[in-house]
Design a protein around this ligand. Sequence first.
Ligand SMILES: [Zn+2]
Length: 293
Amino acid sequence: MTASSELFVGSHLSTSGGWGRLLQRSHDEGGTTFAFFPRSPYGKRSKALADTSPEAFAGRLVAEHYGPLVVHAPYVYNFAGKDASKRAFAVDALAEDIRMLAPIARAGQTTYINIHPGSHVGQGSEAGCRLIADGINRVCDDLAKDGTADAGVMILLETMAGKGTECGRSFEELASIIDGVENKAVVGVTFDTCHVYDAGYDIVNDLDGVLREFDDVIGLDRLKAIHANDSQFGFGSHKDRHANIGKGELGVDFFRDMVNDPRLAGLPMILETKELTETTHRDEIALLRSLRR
Ligand SMILES: [Zn+2]
C-alpha cells in the first residue's frame, strides 16, 4: 500500500435526531467511517433510528465512498452470561440489530456490528467462549429464517482488556470462539489498541510482532476494524481506560506506526476517545491523517 491509499477514520457518534443527523455529525468531524449504537447502551430501541428507513442514508454513504461502518452493540449483551435468559436477550437483540442494519449492507455499504464477546462470570473462559460461539450460531440460525443472513452484516468480536471475567482477552480466546462458529464467513475481529496493550500485547515496542502473532493465532484476514484509543494505564494493566490520542501510554509514535502499517491499510479506524471540546474528534482525525507518510 502507498501513502496515497485512503485512511478510513472517524469516531463513535450519537444517533440522536436519526440517520440524517448521524451522517451530518460525521461530515462535521471530517470522518470517512464511524460507529454508533443501534440502541441505547442499556438495550432500549432507538426511536430515532427505528422510525425511518436507513436506505437514503446508505445511498449517501455509498455515493461518498465511506469506509466500512463499525456499529457497536450495546454493552449489556452478554453471550457468556450464566443466566439462559440473559444469553437469549443478547441473541434476540443482536439479531434485531442486524435486521435493522441489513438494508444498509444491501445498498452496498460494508457494515459490521462489533460486540464485546462476553463475560464468563466465574464459569471459566473455556465455557464462556463456547457459550459465545453458541450464541452467534443461534443469531445466524435466526437470521437465516427470513434471508437476513444473506445481507452480509458481519459480526466482529472485539479484543478485550481482560477486565473482570471478560472473554476475548487473548488472541487464543478469540480464535477458540471463532472455532466454535459454524458459519465462519459471518465473523471477524476488531483490534482495540487500548485493550490489546492493556491485555499484555506490546504494540508500542513491537507492533510488527503482535500483528504476526495475531496472524498466527487468528489470521489477519479476519481483522476487519480498529478501535483507535490511547490508554490511560500501562502495559498489561487490564484496566480498560481509554485516553485521547497521543495523551496516554501508547503515544503518537505508536499511532504513526498504526496508520502506516500496510497490514492495517484500508481498515476502518474508530476513535472511542473522550470529547473534551467540540473539536476533539475533528482534531484527532486530522492528527491521524497527518501521521501518514
Ligand atoms: Zn467496545
